[in-house]
Design a protein around this ligand. Structure first.
Ligand SMILES: Cc1cc2nc3c(=O)[nH]c(=O)nc-3n(C[C@H](O)[C@H](O)[C@H](O)COP(=O)(O)O)c2cc1C
Length: 175
């Protein structure tokens, strides 16, 4: 059998081996009424019965975090690989300093039950109510429960996966 060669992985980069699901845009609304969205790569399903629950790791300094604490709801949208540039743009600045939807002329539809905006062209989205927030160390783990969800039939192959920095990949064939 062929000898496989493994390179050491720096421990601050080992997370990139764990990134499983597609990146999310967490879409929220501030107490001043400004709609926001931020790419979040560190996400995970949490449960599926009786309904899907999910978690994501969020820097508590993000406007997104403050908005969720205040509004107790958010939309987790799945950008497609075609939206990579917009993902990087919306992750480059805080929604506290500008209206990202206006800045990049992002077309949107409104959530059906959650008061947040869904960017046009995404592979799907989950509208969620806030369940719990955990604060291990300097980060926050936000747990949400879906109350509505919509997706393209082939959403799994449209989504955008993040490795690190500006390094992304798109899913291959189903096996
Ligand atoms: C590809 C990508 C992935 C990111 N993943 C995360 C993440 O998992 N958790 C997090 O707290 N921030 C993450 N960020 C950073 C936020 O999206 C970024 O700081 C954003 O501008 C925050 O916006 P806000 O202040 O309007 O919430 C990511 C950024 C990019 C570009």
């Amino acid at each position: 059998m062929e000898e496989l060669r493994y390179n050491p992985v720096p421990l601050e980069k080992a997370y990139s081996l764990l990134n499983g699901g597609g990146l999310l845009w967490i879409c929220t609304k501030s107490k001043h009424g400004r709609y926001d969205l931020a790419p979040i790569a560190w996400t995970c399903p949490l449960d599926y019965e009786p309904v899907t629950r999910l978690l994501f790791v969020c820097d508590p300094g993000h406007a997104t975090f403050e908005n969720i604490v205040q509004q107790k709801e958010f939309i987790a949208a799945l950008p497609t690989y075609k939206q990579k540039s917009l993902v990087l743009q919306t992750g480059s600045v805080s929604g506290r300093s500008l209206d990202k939807f206006a800045q990049w002329d992002i077309l949107y539809s409104k959530g059906t039950v959650v008061d947040a905006l869904v960017p046009k062209g995404v592979a799907g989205w989950l509208e969620c109510k806030l369940l719990e927030i955990y604060r291990p160390g300097s980060v926050a783990i936000v747990c949400g429960e879906s109350i509505a969800a919509f997706a393209l039939p082939d959403a799994w192959k449209q989504v955008l996966h993040h490795v690190e920095g500006e390094h992304f990949y798109r899913p291959g064939d189903r096996v």
